[in-house]
Design a protein around this ligand. Sequence first.
Ligand SMILES: Nc1ncnc2c1ncn2[C@@H]1O[C@H](COP(=O)(O)OP(=O)(O)OP(=O)(O)O)[C@@H](O)[C@H]1O
Ligand SMILES: [Mg+2]
Length: 349
Amino acid sequence: MDLREKERKTVEILRALKKVNYPGYSRDIVSFGFLKKIEVYDDDRVFIDLEISTQKEEVIEQIKEKVQEEIGKIGWIKGLELSVREREIFRRQKIPIKGKTVAIYSTKGGVGKSSIATQLAYTFSVLGLKSSLLDLDVYGPSIPKMTGTQDSEPTSYDGQHIIPVEKEGVRIMSLGYMAKGDTPVIWRGPLVIKAFRTLIFSTHWPDTDVLVIDLPPGSGDIQLSLAQEVNIDGIVMVTTPQDIALEDVRRGISMYRKLEVPILGIVENMSWFTCDSCGKKHFIFGKGGGELLSKVYNMELLGQIPFDYELLELADRGKIYVLEKKNSEVAQAFLSIAKKIIDLLKISV
Ligand SMILES: Nc1ncnc2c1ncn2[C@@H]1O[C@H](COP(=O)(O)OP(=O)(O)OP(=O)(O)O)[C@@H](O)[C@H]1O
Ligand SMILES: [Mg+2]
């Protein structure tokens, strides 16, 4: 669907929504400012997000019915996903740092979130920022090994605050330092959330300019709690160039958008492999995934990171790639992405 068609369809939906009055009023829900989003997908399904200032269940129900009725009159719509919710006031707490927080997210596992979180944290540090790295993958923390700090232990001076581990200028905190062993930490529900809160609120690194958070894959408890309970300045979505599951990504994006957490953009990882002997780029993992996502969801493509075997190999040995291979194509890609994030979040360097 081209942009013009999308626009035309969106306007048509907007007109229909303007026919829905707030129960008991002659004013419509759009002019009340309750419409948060209209999204028309390429397959003519539609997502409408409404946020209503009411605590009355029956008001929500009436609005839902009326919206469905009006939208039902539009012939081309193949399916409606309607979200009508009470305007919630989240009591988000500020993470106790002076700077900004960026979380690295993907719906799929194994796309390179932890690698990107780690390399970005060190790239910020190279750029002169006081940078910290928080591993919130409480199910399978990989940052300690990736940074060669698995034998370190955070300390505490008062039994309340945790002093993070530090390596080459970057402070690191992970549950992996506390729950050691080879078996992944398999926790559920309340325990996970408790661990999450401890890591976020008890780690002592107040002078942090930029905190990079590594997340587990998917959109479960941790991602939801993070979005609801703390102020995140931006999400970076990671994808690979293969045929990606657009539906999965859409779920993740709509979760963050509903909760009004800004998505800074997309990083495509393992975009190509540059051959040592012929110097050509080989698109071994497919092509175009990041670009497609950025178009479909109207998000900036922050950058593409090539596949480099040394990234994997150095990580296995606990060495920091961007410090070891400063002039490489991959390090340059991280530099450019980090600079874009700095601009987007207005961090002063
Ligand atoms: N650009 C790259 N070039 C080479 N290897 C990479 C690249 N990016 C990631 N890898 C490797 O791919 C593997 C998976 O990466 P990583 O652990 O960062 O993914 P993840 O998304 O955090 O996974 P999970 O969902 O399990 O947390 C690791 O072995 C990592 O070293
Ligand atoms: Mg990971």
